[in-house]
Every structure is written in C-alpha cells, then in structure tokens.
Design a protein around this ligand. Structure first.
Ligand code: ZN
Length: 216
C-alpha cells in the first residue's frame, strides 16, 4: 500500500505516519531521510544533490524525484511505503505520480491530517524547551527553572519562537496556500483522499488513521 501524508506542521503527521506504517508493515520514508541516504551512499544523484546542498541551494524537484524513484524501487519498499513530506506542492504531486506510474505502483491513499489553527496554537503553547540543554517538555510553564538541568547555571524553560501564535499563524498560511492546490490536484486526478481529524489524544487520532487504511 502506498500512502502519501499531507498535513500542517504540528498536526502530529510524523508520529501518526510511523504508527500507520508499522500497522501496515511497511517503512515510512521522508524526503530528508532519502536524500541523506543517497548523499551518504555517494550515488550519482546523491552527489548531484550534495552539490546543491554544499552551495546552500535547494535541491531541485527533478533530482529529489530521481532519488525517490530509486528508493521506491528498493526491495524494502516492495510491500508499500508511507511517504511523509514528499508532496508539498502540485509539481511534486505530479512528479511523484509519474514516478509511481513508471514503477507500476499506484498511489493507494492520500491521508490528509486536518486541524484548526486554534487547536494547533493550544497544543503547541504547551511545549517548552530548556534554554541551556535544549530538553523539550510538554505541560510545563515558561519561566520555570529546569530543575534536572545538567548545565550550570541551570536553564530556564522557554517557548520556542516557532511555537508562538504568530509563527503558527504564518506556518498555517503558508501550508494552506501550498496544500489547497495539492488537494485539488489529487481530487481532480481521482485519488482516494482520507481526511483524518488530527485534533485530540494521540491514540484517538491513530485509531482514525488506522481505520482509513483498513487496520482499525
Ligand atoms: Zn536544562
């Protein structure tokens, strides 16, 4: 089964994707992992990608898709794969669809995690990080001293800039602008899209996600 994950940052897509992949008995792969593996292995496309990265440039979609095609053709992916962060734009959706057609592997499901911005703000506002040792926490108050801190002096729990409401609002706006056309593209091409409500306890969201792949 080949599943593409879509969803805003902070919706728990990565964690849920791991659980769905485990239930299906297939790997979950993300663009970053596949890219790093190709660079490390020194494949021709990996070296090409490294050239862009060394210059501080974005690796073009064509190079990433080439690397993704090789990864998808590998025996580990024979039973399917859960793709996380592989499709963010319409050209990437088109590119992936060509690659899958060439490999004779149809896309089975687009799993779209949805969450309201207010819910994301509420969830992420509970996250803090120690400003000395960078240990992350949930459910602790900003300003609190990190009592177990290994640094001297002990650090203070702070909220990440990324987790501030204004930053979340910006990320959501970027996500909506990029993703709405991707969803429209998949709809127009007859893809099976399962919308998963990502609001709620981790296990409840997992239950909804597993139901969508027939493992609930
Ligand atoms: Zn600390």
């Amino acid at each position: 089964m080949i599943v593409v994950l879509l969803g805003p940052p902070g919706a728990g897509k990565g964690t849920q994707g791991e659980r769905v992949a485990a239930a299906l008995g297939v790997p979950k792969i993300a663009t970053g992992d596949v890219l790093r593996a190709a660079v490390k292995a020194g494949t021709p496309l990996g070296l090409e990608a490294k050239g862009y990265m060394d210059r501080g440039d974005l690796v073009p979609d064509a190079v990433i898709l080439g690397i993704m095609k090789q990864a998808l053709a590998a025996p580990e992916q024979a039973r399917g794969v859960v793709l996380d962060g592989v499709v963010r734009t319409v050209p990437q959706a088109e590119g992936l669809s060509h690659v899958l057609a060439e490999l004779g592997k149809p896309l089975d499901l687009v799993m779209l995690f949805t969450i309201a911005e207010e819910a994301l703000v509420a969830r992420l506002s509970g996250r803090t990080v120690c400003d000395a040792c960078q240990t992350p926490f949930t459910g602790r108050t900003p300003g609190e001293t990190h009592a177990e801190c290994t640094h001297a002096p002990k650090g203070t729990l702070v909220r990440r800039k990324d987790d501030e409401p204004a930053a979340i609002h910006n990320r959501m706006a970027v996500y909506e602008a990029q993703t709405a056309p991707v969803i429209a593209w998949y709809r127009a091409h007859g893809a099976h899209i399962a919308e998963i409500d990502a609001f709620g306890a981790l296990d409840d969201v997992t239950a909804r996600a597993l139901k969508a792949v027939g493992k609930g």
